[in-house]
Write a protein that binds this ligand. Sequence first.
Ligand code: AMP
Length: 210
Amino acid sequence: MRLILLGAPGAGKGTQAEILSRELGIPTISTGNILRAAMKAGTPVGIQAKSYVEAGKLVPDDVIIGIIQERLAQEDCKEGYILDGVPRTIPQAETMEAMGVQIDCALSIEVEDQVIVERMAGRRTCKDCSQTFHVVNNPPKTEDVCDFCGGELTIRKDDAPETVKARLEVYHRDTEPLKQFYAQRGKLKTVDNQSSIEATTAEIRKALGI
Ligand code: AMP
């Protein structure tokens, strides 16, 4: 299964990607997580990406293509992968297509902007392993502590309400056209966000026939 997860920031792509990744035994590739790790480590890519990420803007396509090229060449991607947050622009999708990146399905999780804004306000992210939680919908067992690695849960800088607004604008302008791109190739499936993580996973399973 080679899957792209599409959807606005906070639509639940990361959460669903992790669930599917465990079930299907294939890796999730999140360019957001890769960029945050690079920023934390202070690598050249991280230094280049920092100002874009923190302002809620898209990192230049060539940086993203470099990351994805390197990651997809790794052994664990041979049996499939879940792309979370990439491609995010038509040029990224075209370049990946030209590179021969195979896709079985682009699955879009549809969520209204208002729900996104409310949801992002409660999102907490582990500063060590990037796992995400939500104070109401998906709380950690211990407040502000990651269930998986014990790391501290923090609010991502780009989850601040004004940055979320900017990210939603970028999503509608630059990323949403990808739905048409993949629909034209017969690859698009959409699911509506449900009231719980489990119910959304069930809809995704139905859409993918798994
Ligand atoms: P995410 O964790 O997917 O919400 O990504 C966080 C931020 O990383 C985005 O707001 C962008 O600044 C940057 N980013 C992640 N993936 C991409 C991508 N495919 N293209 C451009 N920027 C990206």
